[in-house]
Design a protein around this ligand. Structure first.
Ligand SMILES: *[C@@H]1O[C@H](CO)[C@@H](O)[C@H](O)[C@H]1NC(C)=O
Ligand SMILES: *[C@@H]1O[C@H](CO)[C@@H](O)[C@H](O)[C@H]1NC(C)=O
Ligand SMILES: *[C@@H]1O[C@H](CO)[C@@H](O)[C@H](O)[C@H]1NC(C)=O
Length: 506
């Protein structure tokens, strides 16, 4: 466990040591370590030509001809999970959440010396989105496809599967994909505003164009890009992504037109209609409602107070549901206290809830407000306590004493459903490993993976807190980029609080 001695005068070393002992014995967690590891994960998921400073060294270049068949350069971007398809929608949501984390907790990330890594994780995604947006009304949606990719078990460096690229355009619309990509680029433009103003401006320009395209040519992207249907079909449709994009563009530009879009379409697009207990790569309503609620205190939004209050009432439904304080419709919990939405990759909903709870808690506390859940008063601390309990569960405070963040602590999943991690590194074994050879020689091995996907958050336990660490159990042992992304900022905030408490108790 590392301690930030530079924050303290040298003479207090012994006391600090004692505090450290107390801290460790009280089972406190090393959030700084979790933060560092969470950012490493994005390097393991990189596709394309890896840079000289790549820290995850069991990976190498891959997908270097992506887009070539279609005459477009689509090298780069992220694998979404344990396969090698580059799915645009979850990739964009991942980048939006990473960016939101940096916007809210950038100082905390910087004081843990991880700011550069966080920016690199975002930029690896946004560089790809810029490439994928080849003209105002064309956005490349996906490279490769799930069916052929899943037929093989190979390292990304050996990939022999189809890398055909699929796009949306005026005749094949995809407002959900366009909306999320616009949101990601708008959010990232805020992140880069000070450190890289030229890049920030470029992202904003793309974001505005992609949003306009998505809004003008309306349709669900899974109707246009059929290969995505069994993998990342947009069940909630595109109206949530259009509202989401407009909100992010308003945040990035202060342009009233985007706010009007969010207000005028609030009813028709379901923004003030849907009460939903999940926030995910598909369903953005809770995120929209929480962002919209935070506009309420500002005087310049006075004229829209009525609509914003309706957004807030839905935001509060989400929060109260997580807190089990709604009348009837609450989010289920496992006996060990984990929020439980569904069997397949439940952790994605936990980490996104942790993020929204923490951001809303900060908002309430900064504006000196409590929340009322059906007549019961809830304080900002109540929201944060729940968020922290979920993070602590993830890091090992749970009935299995297991960290579900891979590589953290002493006990974590060792059979992660991940092609690259489960096969000897390309650097160790340069021989080609074929499509089905990987299944025969590596997938079915009982041994742990030879490579640890540090920082990956797996799908996690079932509704009884049970977890089976088996490569074939992909509902529980596969990790996704959008599972870890919301936690980056939260780990930094928790780390900062632990440091402050340490100083305060001294
Ligand atoms: C809770 O729900 C029940 C049944 O729908 C209703 O009768 C009751 O008034 C509700 N209570 C509150 C506080 O909203
Ligand atoms: C919030 O609720 C707590 C506990 O009931 C109370 O002590 C505090 O004064 C309330 N704060 C506001 C701003 O109403
Ligand atoms: C988890 O740790 C607690 C406290 O050390 C112990 O009582 C319990 O048996 C452990 N559970 C498992 C599944 O290892």
């Amino acid at each position: 466990m590392e301690i930030k001695t530079q924050l303290l005068p040298h003479c207090v070393n012994i006391s600090v040591f004692l505090l450290l002992v107390i801290r460790t014995s009280a089972q406190s967690l090393d959030y700084a370590d979790a933060l560092t590891k969470s950012l490493l994960y994005f390097e393991a998921q990189r596709s394309g030509r890896l840079p000289y400073n790549q820290r995850v060294t069991w990976r190498d270049h891959s997908g270097l001809t992506d887009g070539l068949e279609q005459g477009v350069d689509l090298v780069g971007g992220y694998h979404d999970a344990g396969d090698h398809v580059k799915f645009g929608l979850p990739m964009a949501f991942t980048v939006t959440m990473l960016s939101w984390g940096v916007i809210e907790y950038g100082e905390e990330i910087a004081s843990a010396a991880e700011f550069e890594h966080a920016l690199e994780a975002i930029k690896w995604g946004t560089d790809y989105f810029i490439k994928a947006h080849t003209s105002p009304n064309v956005l490349w949606a996906e490279v490769g496809d799930g069916d052929t990719d899943h037929y093989c078990w190979q390292r990304p460096e050996d990939m022999t599967t189809s890398r055909q690229a699929h796009k949306i355009d005026e005749n094949n619309p995809g407002s959900d994909l366009a909306g999320e990509t616009a949101a990601a680029m708008a959010a990232a433009s805020i992140v880069f505003k000070e450190t890289n103003p030229h890049y920030s401006h470029l992202l904003l320009h793309h974001a505005q164009q992609v949003f306009e395209f998505g809004d003008k040519y309306r349709g669900k992207y899974d109707m246009s890009v059929g290969v995505v249907k069994s993998y990342y079909a947009s069940v909630s449709g595109y109206k949530d992504e259009l509202l989401w994009a407009a909100l992010w563009l308003y945040k990035a530009t202060d342009n009233e037109d985007y706010l009007s879009y969010v207000i005028d379409n609030a009813h028709h697009f379901g923004g003030i209609g849907w009460s939903i207990s999940e926030f995910s790569w598909d369903v953005k309503y809770a995120g929209i409602q929480i962002m919209a609620s935070m506009l309420l205190p500002e005087v310049k939004h006075k004229e829209h107070r009525n609509i914003i209050r309706q957004y807030r009432s839905k935001a509060e439904f989400y929060i109260c549901s997580c807190l089990s304080k709604n009348n009837g419709t609450n989010t289920e919990r496992t006996p060990g206290g984990l929020l439980y939405i569904r069997q397949w990759n439940n952790m994605q909903y936990v980490s996104s809830a942790v993020f929204l709870l923490t951001v809303y808690s900060d908002f309430l506390s900064n504006t000196n407000q409590n929340l009322s859940c059906h007549g019961t008063t809830v304080t900002p601390e109540d929201l944060f306590t729940l968020a922290k309990s979920q993070v602590d569960y993830i890091l090992g405070v749970n009935p299995n004493n297991m960290s579900y963040l891979v590589g953290y602590g002493t006990k974590y999943p060792t059979h992660v459903h991940h092609r690259g991690a489960s096969i000897a590194s390309y650097r160790v074994n340069k021989g080609f490993i074929g499509c089905t050879q990987g299944y025969d020689d590596w997938y079915s091995r009982p041994e742990p993976n030879p490579n640890v996907v540090i920082g990956a958050l797996v799908g996690g336990p079932d509704r009884d807190d049970d977890f089976r660490d088996d490569r074939g159990n992909y509902m529980q042992t596969e990790a996704c980029t959008y599972n870890t992304a919301p936690l980056v900022g939260i780990f930094a905030k928790l780390n900062q609080l632990t440091d402050l408490r340490l100083i305060a108790s001294y």
